[in-house]
Design a protein around this ligand. Structure first.
Ligand code: ADP
Length: 182
């Protein structure tokens, strides 16, 4: 199965994407984690994106798309994948459509939580880009660039909305049940 997780920063996308990937035996592919790994090991991509990540802006599409399309050619993706953090704007949706076509996604899981819950969770998490200014910028960027994707994928009949507030186990279980019903 090919699944995209969508939701605001702090909604628990990464946590559930990882758990669902394990349950289904397919790789969890997180663009944020990939970029952070590049920053940590000081690759040339890492050096180019470090500043952007700390501000909470989006990395330019050319860099993101190239990194992702390369990752999606790895053999572990043949039976499916969980995308977490890509596509994150309309241009990236079109890049994925162009590269993989209509078969790129079977479902889009949209996790939901209020802004108060999101801000509280992110500030508690304490990643290096989880400072006040970066967090509010990421929430804004999400609303402006990423939230419109929900509409695009809803029109394609792919969206499963799941409440992201509650026990982690219970939320993952709800997601797995919704996916099994497809
Ligand atoms: P969060 O969902 O909390 O913002 P992520 O780990 O998904 O955390 O992303 C961290 C950062 O990585 C983003 O703020 C952005 O700078 C960069 N990033 C991740 N995915 C993309 C993408 N698809 N396009 C551009 N930048 C991205």
């Amino acid at each position: 199965m090919r699944i995209l997780f969508l939701g605001a920063p702090g909604v628990g996308k990464g946590t559930h994407a990882e758990r669902v990937g394990e349950a289904l035996g397919i790789p969890h592919i997180s663009t944020g984690e990939m970029f952070r790994r590049h920053v940590g090991s000081r690759t040339s991509l890492g050096l180019r994106v470090e500043e952007i990540l700390s501000r909470g802006d989006l990395v330019p599409d050319v860099l993101t798309v190239e990194m992702m399309l390369e990752r999606l050619r790895d053999p572990d993706t043949v039976d499916g994948y969980i995308l977490d953090g890509f596509p994150r704007n309309l241009a990236q949706v079109h890049a994925l459509d162009g590269a993989i076509g209509d078969y790129a996604l079977d479902a889009v899981v949209v996790l939901e939580a209020s802004d108060e819950v999101l801000t509280e969770r992110i500030l508690a998490r304490g990643r290096t880009d989880d400072t006040g200014a970066s967090v509010s910028n990421r929430l804004e960027v999400y609303e402006r660039e990423t939230a419109p994707l929900i509409h695009v994928y809803r029109e394609r009949g792919l969206v499963l909305s799941v409440d992201g507030v509650g026990e982690i186990e219970a939320i993952t279980a709800k997601i797995l049940t919704a996916l099994a019903a497809l």
